[in-house]
Ligand binder design. Structure first.
Ligand code: GLA
Length: 690
């Protein structure tokens, strides 16, 4: 299979993945037109593709362009907006060659009048249906005149023309991330965005589009996700002529980047993935792609962790942490993470952020005694950090009040009593690197929970006329710091966190190992949050803790087993106050941790099937099913659960009871779960019989 095909006569390029094709072509005017994204085609079939749309009237116009700029009869969402030194905005892109290398395709263009060059870049791989796209704009002029760039999209993803469209995406807020919604696509421009400088809790940079006819396991879906950890914008347009397209860009409206002669601007990667197997098929393809090509250490299984936050809040100290560590180790925990409160004057959220030395009153001999005992107990040692932040009540802020994002003469808006450090300033980034590097080196820290507990406001840098760049610069500096730490400390693992799941995206997953999914640990709420998370991101990266009942956030009481089972569908952690768990609870918890370790490869590496009130994973010969019952009215039928992804000809042995099931019966008739009580749950571990 040639992954990138070029037909010089047709001036056409086709990208081929195992189950899809993507085709673009230059028209007679040298404009790059989008022809196809969907089922696999042969080169001959691709050459026969007509243009999707070509409408031009006095009042309207529509070309299915791959990457539209402004100027001419174009009235849709521009992928590129520039303002030339003379104030004009039109661009006319002329083809300027192409480059094909392995799975990489670069299509180059030159602006007819202005000193600008544009590369549209694509990457495909033989083992993934994902198409990566990104764009680079270069200012090649020598006249010293800058160009203002208002939008430089990573990609515009055009769908084939269908009678109807539906848009799937997530909405939410703090402790309510990832609520999946699917709604008819408005005949309008629908903007999903974060203007907060982080990926955000309110939306997440991906969309799933279908023609309104797809289901969990059938139908065509077109999905796309932007790998960016700052502000972003996905504009999904549906025109009167029926065209639907999603334009992905880093940044929100407003900030402009000034591009000077000799400078270039490269966007983050936007990835598109087509599946003919419904939402579930698309999710499985995403998970496989992220594991194979995004995660830094896909070969590893995530350890069972304990985190002290819900148990202690800020009230951390050597004795209490040692007590929790011993109890956690007895449960089979493999990684002990001390959360917020271990440094400076950090007794609550009003002070101490920025002063990253162990609090002398709580850790008189530093962190070494705790780290040593955690290791002696057979666990790895992790620490909570929030490197991008500072409390005004801190030694750091008193020494460097100018290190925070701020605008001259404007208020410095505090959120959670903290301000954002300007990581785009080299001296700030160098300071952060120095203390993090020292901390990791001194204690051999295995795991950093990297938090970011507020969004950007007054995002300025007085004296810098090009301060708008800091919206991008901050993100790039955080990514670079993580990359550098990982490179220098190969054993270091990082957990992405931003008040829970506020910075979950493919760029973070490229440099972290797991995500703190949400500060909401209520298992019932978690079912919905985890359902949304798993649409794109793999369950093995989804941090899920078992905490106390009643839940500290919601007050809801849920059985220990239910709480465990829901958490065992991701990367299991424990976050409860173990000093209050009864002997029976501790004993049952230890059994469930041991059970999780047996099913972990299936959950963390398996193919996910979402069933009604259940999730199922298939990995090689093994199958794991986690089923639950929510609150059902009396008399509601208990419907058998029909499993998916099994070989109907095979038999499957229950690994706990030895009972043998026929694949055909589990698929056609279904499994009687025996779940008759609200908030009861069941975990089934099957292995295919030889
Ligand atoms: C954020 C995180 C929590 C915890 C606190 C500590 O809210 O999401 O898990 O680490 O910060 O302040």
């Amino acid at each position: 299979m040639t992954v990138v095909h070029h037909d010089p006569a047709a001036r056409l390029w086709m990208l081929t993945t195992p189950h899809s094709s993507y085709v673009v072509r230059l028209d007679d005017h040298g404009r790059l037109r989008h022809l196809h994204w969907g089922a696999r085609l042969t080169p001959e079939q691709a050459a026969a593709l007509p243009y999707v749309l070509d409408v031009a009237t006095n009042f309207d116009g529509e070309l299915a362009e791959e990457y539209p700029g402004e100027g001419g009869a174009r009235f849709g969402v521009p992928a590129l907006r520039v303002v030339h030194p003379d104030g004009s905005r039109s661009t006319e892109w002329r083809p300027d060659g192409h480059r094909i290398e392995d799975g990489l395709l670069v299509l180059s263009f030159r602006e007819r009048l202005g000193p600008l060059e544009l590369d549209l870049c694509y990457r495909v791989r033989p083992d993934s249906d994902a198409v990566d796209r990104w764009t680079e704009l270069r200012h090649t002029g020598a006249d010293g005149q800058p160009v203002r760039v208002g939008q430089l999209a990573a990609a515009r993803w055009t769908l084939p023309l269908r009678a109807d469209y539906r848009l799937g995406h997530v909405t939410g807020g703090w402790s309510a991330e990832n609520r999946l919604t699917r709604e008819p696509l408005a005949r309008a421009e629908t903007v999903l965005t974060s203007r907060r400088g982080i990926t955000g809790h309110q939306a997440n940079p991906w969309v799933v589009l279908d023609a309104g006819d797809a289901g969990e396991e059938h139908g065509e879906v077109w999905t796309s996700a932007l790998a960016w950890s700052g502000s972003w914008r996905i504009t999904v347009e549906r025109t009167v002529h029926g065209l639907a397209a999603a334009t992905h860009a880093a940044g929100h409206e407003g900030p402009e980047v000034v591009l000077r002669p000799g400078e270039s601007w490269r966007t983050p990667v936007s990835t598109g993935l087509y599946s003919a197997h419904g939402f579930g098929g698309a999710s499985r393809a995403w998970h496989a792609h992220v594991r194979a090509h995004v995660l830094p250490r896909p070969d590893e299984l995530r350890p069972v962790l304990y985190n002290s936050w819900e148990a202690t809040g800020f009230d951390v100290g050597l004795a209490g942490q040692l007590d929790l560590a011993r109890r956690a180790a007895a449960l089979g925990v493999e990684l002990f993470v001390m959360d917020d409160g271990w440094f400076g004057a950090r007794k609550d959220d009003t002070a101490g952020l920025g002063d990253w030395t162990p609090a002398p009153d709580r850790f008189p001999d530093g962190l070494a005694p705790l780290a040593a005992e955690v290791r002696r107990l057979g666990m790895r040692f992790g620490l909570w950090v929030e490197p991008e932040m500072v409390n005004p009540d801190s030694d750091l802020y008193r020494a460097h009040p100018d290190w925070v994002l701020h605008e001259s003469g404007r208020p410095r808006t505090e959120l959670r009593n903290q301000l954002v450090l300007d990581f785009g300033r080299p001296e700030v980034a160098a300071w952060a690197h120095a203390w993090l590097d020292g901390l990791v080196r001194e204690h051999g820290v295995d795991h950093l929970k990297w938090d970011m507990n507020r969004v950007l406001t007054e995002a300025g840098r007085p004296g810098d006329p090009d301060a708008d760049r800091l919206w991008h610069g901050h993100v790039r500096a955080v990514h670079a710091l993580m990359d550098r730490l990982r490179a220098d400390h190969p054993g270091l693992r990082i957990e992405a966190c931003s008040g829970g799941g506020g910075r979950t995206d493919l760029a973070m997953l490229a440099r972290t190992d797991q995500v703190w999914t949400s500060d909401n640990t209520d298992a019932l709420d978690r079912i919905a949050i985890q359902h949304g998370y798993g649409q794109i991101y793999p369950p093995g990266t989804m941090g899920a803790w078992v905490t106390d009942s009643p839940n500290p956030l919601t007050g809801r009481r849920l059985p220990l087993e239910f709480r465990f089972h829901v958490a065992m569908t991701g990367a299991l952690g424990i976050g409860g106050d173990l000093t209050h768990w009864s002997e029976d609870e501790l004993a049952r918890a230890a059994e469930l941790v041991a059970r999780y370790k047996r099913i972990r490869p299936v959950v963390q590496r398996g193919r996910l099937y979402r069933l009604r009130d259940a999730v199922q994973y298939v990995h090689g010969d093994e199958v794991v099913l986690v089923a639950w019952r929510l609150a059902e009215p009396h008399g509601a039928p208990v419907v058998p659960l029909r499993l998916a992804g099994l070989d109907p000809q095979a038999r499957y042995v229950d690994q706990d009871t030895g009972e043998v099931h026929h694949g055909a019966v589990l698929t056609a008739r279904g499994l009687s779960t025996g779940l008759t009580r609200d908030h009861s749950s069941r975990l089934l571990h099957l292995r295919r019989q030889d």
